[in-house]
Design a protein around this ligand. Sequence first.
Ligand SMILES: Nc1nc2c(ncn2[C@@H]2O[C@H](COP(=O)(O)OP(=O)(O)OP(=O)(O)O)[C@@H](O)[C@H]2O)c(=O)[nH]1
Ligand SMILES: [Mg+2]
Length: 303
Amino acid sequence: MQDDFEKYQLSGWFPGHMFKAGKQMSDALKLVDMAIELVDARAPMATRNPDLRNILDGKPFQIVANKADLASPAANHAWEQYCADNGLQIHFLDSRRTQNVKHLPQLWRQIVMNARASRGATRPLLRPVRVIIAGVPNVGKSTLVNHLFEKNRAQVGPKPGVTRTNQWIPLEDNIELLDTPGILWPKIKSKKHELLLALLGIFNEEVISRELIADYLAWSLETKGIPINWSDYGLKNAPETGDELLSAIATKRGFKRSGNLLDTERAAISFIKDFRDKKMGRITLELPPASSTTKMPQQAMNN
Ligand SMILES: Nc1nc2c(ncn2[C@@H]2O[C@H](COP(=O)(O)OP(=O)(O)OP(=O)(O)O)[C@@H](O)[C@H]2O)c(=O)[nH]1
Ligand SMILES: [Mg+2]
């Protein structure tokens, strides 16, 4: 059944470049044995796009939760547990280091081979296993491709793929990686979801008010019980409202607009930047559903 968004996409109003990207993605997925679904470890489920599973049509996939170095180690562990309990393959990664990615091709080959075995395939695969890295903007697709590529470029280099536009990068273990990552458009479920995606840089923050994103961040930190050194922001205690926080930051950091007014937008930008730069510590914004995390208090989870 088509939902309203799908009807809108097919109506002719939907921007052409997005439709083209979606079409390229489904064409690319026909060529591969498996997809690597790259997500942001700070919100691993909220940064997925359900369309990918629909287009994959039963082909295996692995969720790679990238930027694991920015997320809470305890929360990463809780997500691993949750995914294992729910039959999902998840792998936490900091893709900026080549040494972290070098074992991945072997893992992917195993996933494809297991999927073939469970489908009852008996004939050996006589060609390389083909994989694609897909994900919403800014999750680190290019970083991961580049590091996988870097390690193998010296050996063989890219060779033409099965279509004119696709190039395959040969990796170890007889695996080929499509050199262009698949871009998935974020599917926004609610205003809150939109703010979360904007905070993670997945959705262009300029179309949303930065003050609102900062307000959402402060609210998330507070409701999740994440300890913050509020004195860094000119406050003795946690703020009661976003306005209070942004005024305090603008005062402490001397952000002024013409007319000697406090520049709360600049305050919001600096607060968001601190979060993205890990100045507040390693923070996960989306925790697994409660059932699998009851043993761990929320606060401990973000340490
Ligand atoms: N801390 C951290 N930063 C990362 C990691 N992977 C990527 N980044 C950073 O995240 C930003 C986005 O990375 P890209 O590789 O450009 O992401 P992308 O998915 O290709 O983005 P689009 O091409 O816009 O869709 C860059 O500033 C990277 O340096 C990671 O594992 N940890
Ligand atoms: Mg990219």
